[in-house]
Design a protein around this ligand. Structure first.
Ligand SMILES: [Mg+2]
Ligand SMILES: [Zn+2]
Length: 307
C-alpha cells in the first residue's frame, strides 16, 4: 500500500521508471509486493502469479479471492478493533446440524416418525427438500431459532460454519435467512474447510469471536472460543438405535422447550458476554483493558452452568 502512495508523490517520469522496475522485479519473483489481494492466482497490485501457499482462499466472500497471511491479520484486527467497537458488535460463528436444526433422510425415519411427512407444509419448523440422487430430506428447525437469530444479530456479526456442502448450506439458509439479513455471504462450508473448522477463515480478531457448536472436536485450535451447545436430536438416529434406545422427540410428538431450551440458554450467555465485553466503554477497551471473549466465556461457563 505504501508503494502506491509513494508513487503518487513522485514526478510522472520517475513514476513510470519505478513502475517498470516494479514490473520487472515482480516477474523475477523478487518483488517487494506482499501480494495482499489475489484474484484467480494473480496479485491485484503487481500482477504476479501467486501460489496458493502464499495465503488463504476466501472464495466464500468473493469468487477467486485469496488474501495473504498479512492481509488476513490486518483485516482481522481492523474488523474487531475498529468496526466492531464502533458498532458494539462482536462476531458469532454458528454451526448448523444439531446446533440450529436437525436434518434427516426421509428413508431413515422410524415407523413411528413417518406421520411427520404429512405435517410438512402445515408447520413452519419443518421442511422437505430433495438432496439429489433421489434422496429426500426433512429439516426440523430447533425451537426458538428465529428469536435467537433476531436477538443475536443485534449483538454479533454472524457466520454460518458447517461441515455440510455449499448446496446444503444454501438450502438451509433459504429457510432460516431468506432475506440474507443475518449471514449475507458469511457462510463457510466443507468446500473451504474439509477436515476441521478454523477461525483463520473468519475475518475477525479471535478475542471477539464466539463459536456455538455441538461438536467440540472439529475445533482443535479454538476451544476457548467455543460455547458448546447440547446436540439437538429431533429424529431417531437409526444407525445408533442399538447403542441407546430412547424415543426421539418426533416419536413422542414433543420437542425441546421453546423458552427454556438450549438456544434460549445460549442466548443468555451471549448477552452476558456481549454486555461484559462492552461494559466499560469503548475507550477503556482500546487503551488499558483489552477484553477477550475467551476469558469471559471461561468465567461464565463453569461446569455447573451446564455449558
Ligand atoms: Mg453440528
Ligand atoms: Zn503482488
Amino acid at each position: 500500500m505504501s508503494l502506491i502512495q509513494n508513487h503518487s508523490l513522485e514526478p510522472q517520469s520517475k513514476r513510470r521508471k519505478l513502475q517498470q522496475e516494479t514490473n520487472y522485479s515482480s516477474s523475477s519473483s523478487s518483488t517487494n509486493c506482499g501480494h495482499f489481494f489475489v484474484r484467480y492466482g494473480i496479485c491485484c497490485n503487481c500482477r504476479s502469479t501467486v501460489g496458493k501457499h502464499e495465503g488463504r482462499a476466501f472464495d466464500y466472500l468473493v469468487d477467486g479471492l485469496q488474501l495473504s497471511h498479512e492481509a488476513i491479520a490486518v483485516t482481522k484486527l481492523l474488523t474487531t478493533h475498529v468496526t466492531c467497537l464502533n458498532d458494539k458488535k462482536l462476531h458469532l460463528v454458528l454451526d448448523l446440524d444439531h446446533t440450529l436444526l436437525h436434518t434427516v433422510m426421509v428413508s431413515m425415519l422410524s415407523e413411528e416418525e413417518k406421520y411427520i411427512i404429512g405435517e410438512v407444509g402445515s408447520r413452519e419448523d419443518l421442511w422437505r427438500f430433495n438432496g439429489g440422487h433421489s434422496s429426500e430430506f426433512l429439516i426440523k428447525l430447533r425451537p426458538f431459532l428465529q428469536e435467537f437469530l433476531k436477538e443475536a444479530n443485534e449483538m454479533f456479526n454472524m457466520y454460518v460454519y458447517t461441515m455440510g456442502s455449499r448446496d446444503y448450506a444454501k438450502t438451509v439458509l433459504k429457510l432460516i435467512d431468506p432475506k440474507r439479513v443475518y449471514f449475507g455471504d458469511r457462510v463457510i462450508t466443507r468446500e473451504e474447510s474439509p477436515y476441521v473448522k478454523t477461525l483463520d477463515l473468519v475475518l475477525a480478531d479471535e478475542c471477539g469471536v464466539v463459536i456455538v457448536d455441538d461438536t467440540p472436536q472439529v475445533w482443535p485450535d479454538h476451544k476457548r472460543n467455543l460455547l458448546e451447545i447440547t446436540k439437538y436430536k429431533y429424529f431417531r438416529d437409526k444407525t445408533r438405535s442399538d447403542v441407546e434406545y430412547s424415543k426421539s422427540y418426533a416419536e413422542e410428538k414433543r420437542d425441546e422447550s421453546h423458552k427454556d431450551g438450549s438456544l434460549a440458554n445460549v442466548l443468555k450467555v451471549l448477552k452476558e458476554v456481549h454486555e461484559r465485553f462492552f461494559k466499560d466503554g469503548v475507550e477503556k477497551e482500546l487503551k488499558n483493558d483489552p477484553k477477550d471473549v475467551r476469558l469471559l466465556l471461561h468465567d461464565l461457563c463453569t461446569p455447573q452452568c451446564g455449558f
